[in-house]
Design a protein around this ligand. Structure first.
Ligand code: HEM
Length: 106
């Protein structure tokens, strides 16, 4: 039973992530969300709305993500802002849940 619930959960998460990737977001839109009250970040080609996660990250890991709102934070995500170590697998899976689209490359 627990296994079945897990399978359904992963399926829903997977379907949602496919939907999220469909939305094309312009650089102008990204920049418009550069505050703590509405915070989007770019990592690789993907855009994430991390507004609800800022306070959790601050509280748990003592690092305020606000300065990356509206910006390309690929490098800082990869090396934890100069710490020279990457985020865990758990963090990478968590990140996927915040994806809202991909950046318009044209
Ligand atoms: C974009 C810029 C980001 C920077 C610079 C950054 C930086 C950091 C730092 C300094 C720590 C604590 C120190 C450490 O664990 O070594 C940390 C931990 C963590 N961060 Fe971030 N973070 C970023 C974004 C995110 C996002 C968007 C998520 C998830 C949605 C996230 C999830 C986590 C988790 C789960 C940890 C605990 C350690 C781990 O699992 O790797 N972070 N981060």
């Amino acid at each position: 039973m627990v296994k079945l619930i897990k399978i359904i959960f992963y399926f829903l998460t997977f379907s949602y992530s496919l939907l999220a990737e469909d939305r094309i977001i312009t650089e102008k839109e990204l920049i418009a969300h550069s505050s703590q009250s509405s915070c989007w970040i770019k990592i690789d080609k993907n855009i994430y709305n991390i507004t609800d996660y800022i306070s959790i990250h601050q509280e748990k890991f003592k690092y305020n993500l606000t300065k990356w709102c509206g910006k390309d934070s690929t490098k800082s995500w990869v090396d934890k802002d100069g710490k020279k170590k990457g985020h865990s697998r758990k963090a990478k899976n968590l990140l996927k849940k915040y994806q809202i689209g991909t950046l318009d490359v044209n």
